[in-house]
Design a protein around this ligand. Structure first.
Ligand code: ADP
Length: 441
């Protein structure tokens, strides 16, 4: 039953203000319709039973039925979304009804009280200020009725009261509308905030999940990478113990190689882990980049000489200083130069320092004439434990961690690392370090 009533009252207007007004109008219409219906049925019964004075009730029957019809019409208009038109129709109907009900009484001011009702309704259904329009129309009706019917003008108090009520209903309807508007804004803001927070939480959750997966992958990769040198060590140790002494030197060489591979792997893993947990804060100071590159150059020169490679450092003069941790930068650049020496069989390794064209970054470029990197490898070489196909197949030792460490260090300095390479021709890595160090949070 209640559901049925709610269905009758419900509207589909999209504007929240219209929806509120249309619903309110439907409630009023329903109330009036029930009253009118009961009256019409009762009056009809009395007429059918021909009770005393039934002739006088016929006009009541017809006006009641007409009123009911009017209410249904207003309801239909309202349900079609025209709440403004429906409200005006509704006010017209009740005012005509009130006027015709006892026109003589109006002139005398006796039934003027009824006319307060449309004033109140107008301020809520149309706009707060429309209560004054209704008060004025009502006053005009009083005056015209008094003049036409030549009645004693007894309506001044009625008119004054009408406007007093118009003021009160105007103020209260305004307060109500403003409060509703504020509530709606607060509601919208709350919705917006809840939505934003939910999204932030979902993103944070995704990030955590991603980190968790990365950690698990890291641990399983490390264990996998450690397994090979460790099992090689134990195999060769056993062979050394059991085998004949003629192979001792060969076994020892393998053991030495595997030990140094293990040492490098552990050192790289520790470096990465330390950087991730941020247990080593970078020691940032204004540094001369050429001095840093020089340390890297000197450290790799001997290996390059042994391989018969030409190694050159072409420093730009008068470079501004960079805000950097020199040990970390040495480590990052050392990985790049070390790789160039590793993956180049003949030719040269050239290191350049320069200012970029926009003079916002210092660039350190490491180029070689080595084996180059396959296109499909380029997207992955900065991933942990990733070794290029050609590098993996070669005898060149490596852990696949060097570039991951380098990238991490460069990004911690607010910079970026780019790579260009061609198979069989060589590779260029360029490190871009900002001259203005970004603000840390
Ligand atoms: P590692 O050198 O230990 O394999 P890195 O992370 O330093 O690991 O490098 C990842 C991969 O990038 C290498 O396996 C190799 O395939 C490729 N690479 C890096 N530098 C060069 C280079 N200068 N020339 C050719 N390939 C390179």
């Amino acid at each position: 039953m209640l559901n049925q009533i709610m269905k009758i009252i419900d509207v589909t207007n999209t504007d929240p203000d219209d929806r509120r007004k249309a619903r309110l109008l439907n409630i009023l219409l329903l109330g009036m319709a029930v009253l009118a219906f009961v009256t019409v049925v009762l009056v009809a019964l009395l007429i059918i039973l021909k009770v005393d004075g039934w002739e006088n009730l016929v006009s009541v029957f017809w006006s009641g039925s007409l009123f009911l019809l009017g209410i249904v019409l207003v309801y239909v208009v309202n349900q079609h979304g025209y709440v403004f038109a429906a409200s005006i129709m509704f006010l017209l109907i009740i005012m005509v009804t009130f006027t015709l009900a006892n026109i003589r009484a109006i002139g005398n001011g006796a039934t003027q009280f009824y006319f307060v009702i449309p004033v109140l309704i107008a301020s809520v259904l149309i706009t707060p200020a429309s209560s004054f329009v209704l008060a004025a129309i009502n006053s005009a009706i009083f005056v015209v009725a008094a003049i036409v019917l030549k009645l004693e003008p007894d309506f001044y108090i009625g008119i004054f009261g009408m406007f007093a009520i118009a003021v009160v209903s105007w103020i209260s309807a305004r307060v109500l509308e403003n409060a509703l508007k504020d509530l709606r804004i607060i509601n919208q803001e709350l919705d917006h905030r809840v939505e934003k927070r939910t999204q932030e939480l979902a993103e944070a959750n995704e990030r955590l999940k991603g980190l968790d997966e990365l950690k698990s992958k890291f641990v399983s990769d490390v264990s996998h990478e450690l397994r090979t040198p460790i099992s090689n060590l134990s195999i060769y140790l056993e062979m050394l113990e059991d085998g004949d002494s003629r192979n001792t030197d060969r076994y020892l060489a393998v053991l030495r190689e595997e030990t140094s591979r293990l040492k490098k792997l552990v050192a790289d893993v520790l470096d990465l882990a330390r950087m991730e947990t941020e247990s080593v804060e970078p020691q940032l100071e204004w540094r001369n980049i050429n001095a840093i590159v020089d340390r890297v150059f000197v450290a790799n020169q001997l290996r390059a000489d042994v391989k018969g490679l030409t190694m050159r450092f072409l420093p730009a003069k008068d470079l501004p200083e960079v805000y950097a941790d020199s040990d970390q930068l040495v480590q990052a650049l050392n990985n790049l130069v070390g790789n160039s020496v590793n993956y180049t069989e003949k030719g040269q390794v050239v290191i350049r320092s320069l200012l970029d064209s926009g003079t916002t970054h210092i660039v350190v470029e490491v180029s070689d004439t080595g084996m180059g990197i396959a296109e499909q490898d380029i997207a992955h070489i900065f991933d942990r434990f990733y070794r290029g196909k050609r590098a993996g197949q070669s005898a060149i030792p490596g852990t696949g961690l060097g570039l991951a460490i380098t990238k991490e260090i460069i990004e911690r300095h607010g910079g970026e690392i780019l790579v260009k390479s061609k198979i069989g021709e060589g590779t260029i890595f360029s490190v871009h370090l900002p001259l203005e160090f970004p603000e840390t949070e």
